[in-house]
Design a protein around this ligand. Structure first.
Ligand code: FE2
Ligand code: FE2
Length: 269
């Protein structure tokens, strides 16, 4: 078995979405089987690329150049699922990147167990979105997608606490805010497989946010820092713009993110 950091690097260097996620799921299964057998596999070190490999399509555009479509139309719903597929593919890479990027920091095995599980789930989410798109006569790569989704990773390339604050605790937490509205759109359209896929995503994303909060608090404890203050200063440093309500306060609470973490970072906070 290659080291976990080598697995992570291999996933990051794989360009094709379906191939990347297949590899990701295979490695996750290998890791989880070893852990279930009571082993402590090697984390090792690797050389993760600054940008993960990406397929030729979709074309990546600046957010303001991505055409907006109304969600009340089939084209609009395809565009919405395409955008989610793109987010999920980035999330696969983000979770493997946090594994490979910070191997100089001593961390408990549970840190790696959590992110391997999250990466495995993101891989499943990407495939679910691709399946839905194909069922609707489209596919991932058929539409342009947002560039800049990797920016948070670049900005926090040498700051693990910054990475945890911005990626799971801000960006993935935002997913908890917006997913119920999306589920409603697909329910109204009676698009059953999209509803089921989005419900799976919604249920599993809570844990990813919770992993972020858990390891962020762990590191604050290690350095004897106040978590709320540290969170605010890191988000102000690395996240561009205000956090936008409405927030899903219930799911955020379930994920270990209390209101005084996010409300002060809104425009009116
Ligand atoms: Fe996901
Ligand atoms: Fe996630």
């Amino acid at each position: 078995m290659i080291t976990l950091a080598q697995m992570a690097e291999a996933v990051l260097r794989c360009a094709d979405g379906r191939e990347k996620t297949a590899q990701s799921r295979r490695y996750a299964a290998e890791w989880q089987a070893a852990r279930a057998a009571g082993e402590t596999p090697e984390i090792g070190h690797a050389d993760p690329p600054l940008h993960p490999a990406r397929p030729d399509a979709p074309a990546l555009l600046s957010p303001r150049d991505v055409p907006r479509r109304r969600p009340g139309t089939p084209e609009g719903r395809i565009a919405l699922l395409h955008a989610v597929a793109h987010i999920e593919l980035n999330a696969v890479d983000l979770h493997w990147d946090i594994i490979a990027r910070f191997t100089d920091t001593r961390l408990p095995m549970g840190f790696y167990d959590d992110w391997v599980k999250a990466a495995d789930e993101e891989s499943k989410h990407f495939n679910l979105m691709c399946d839905c798109l194909e069922e609707m006569g489209s596919h991932y790569g058929a539409l342009p997608a947002h560039a800049g989704m990797w920016r948070a990773a670049e900005d926090t390339v040498d700051d693990l606490m910054g990475r945890l604050a911005v990626v799971p605790m801000v960006l993935e937490a935002r997913g908890l805010d917006v997913t119920p509205g999306m589920i409603k759109i697909f329910k109204q359209a009676k698009a059953d497989s999209a509803v089921a896929a989005l419900e799976t995503i919604y249920a599993e994303e809570v844990a990813h946010v919770a992993y972020g909060s858990k390891w962020f608090h762990f590191l604050c404890g290690r350095f004897d820092e106040d978590p709320k203050e540290r969170f605010h200063s890191l988000v102000r440093t690395y996240f561009h713009g205000d956090l936008k309500p409405p927030f899903n306060e219930e799911k955020r609470a379930e994920a270990g993110i209390p209101p005084d973490f996010y409300w002060p970072l809104t425009a009116s906070g």
